[in-house]
Design a protein around this ligand. Sequence first.
Ligand SMILES: Nc1ncnc2c1ncn2[C@@H]1O[C@H](COP(=O)(O)OP(=O)(O)OP(=O)(O)O)[C@@H](O)[C@H]1O
Ligand SMILES: [Mg+2]
Length: 240
Amino acid sequence: MNKLSTDKERLEQAQILLRAQDVDKSYLSGPTRLDVLTGINLEVHRGEILVIVGASGVGKSTLLHILGALDHPTRGTVELNATDIFSLSDKKLARVRNRAMGFIFQFHHLLPEFTALENVAMPLLIDGRKPKEAEEVARGLLGEVGLDGCVDQKPGELSGGEQQRVAVARALAKSPLIILADEPSGNLDRANSEMLHDLIWRLSRSKNQTFVIVTHNEKLAAKADRLLRLSDGRLWPETL
Ligand SMILES: Nc1ncnc2c1ncn2[C@@H]1O[C@H](COP(=O)(O)OP(=O)(O)OP(=O)(O)O)[C@@H](O)[C@H]1O
Ligand SMILES: [Mg+2]
């Protein structure tokens, strides 16, 4: 057997984790209707880094919010592990969002009053895990993102890149099926961006963690297994 399958083979063999079918999204503002997404079809494979690029205002964040169950589509379906998530009750949908989805945004949204360790442990505590166990998981994750030495520091005492790595650790806390990231390095300088991009790539390879990332950053796009462009309400294959 081949010792290492190519990235393409790896992708072809991977299970489909998320599938969006005929997704439309329109916004109403007064009498005008803005059709942002018009027929999105997308399959995300387990363990892949899928990057979506596109001009400002084209609907990338809108799409990411729908894939992450933060917003409902106007039409169409999103299946996570073959479950049609928008057919679930609000309570079950909230559970899917909390358990299965991890989010990383351009601005980290860490809680300023809490230490790095507490920020990462928080989703686990909210989920009802014992404090000691939550702390242990959080400590391990902070180690994985290279922040062993910063566990007791508050966000304001960390650099932008460190804060964003805490946000990655927090997104990983509940072992989500998929991590959705909206311009994760949009607020970082080049060195910190590269560190974050390397971290995302490493997590995808070592944990088979699945990422859907919206970015304008070409270096991050270069790390994608697949690159798509959102334009005219639809997704199109894109090459670097
Ligand atoms: N809640 C809303 N109500 C009305 N219109 C909205 C709403 N959210 C977004 N829009 C509009 O939908 C379009 C797509 O917005 P979106 O934020 O998804 O774009 P984007 O591709 O993420 O842009 P950027 O690259 O600037 O972040 C924009 O024209 C925006 O004004
Ligand atoms: Mg956006």
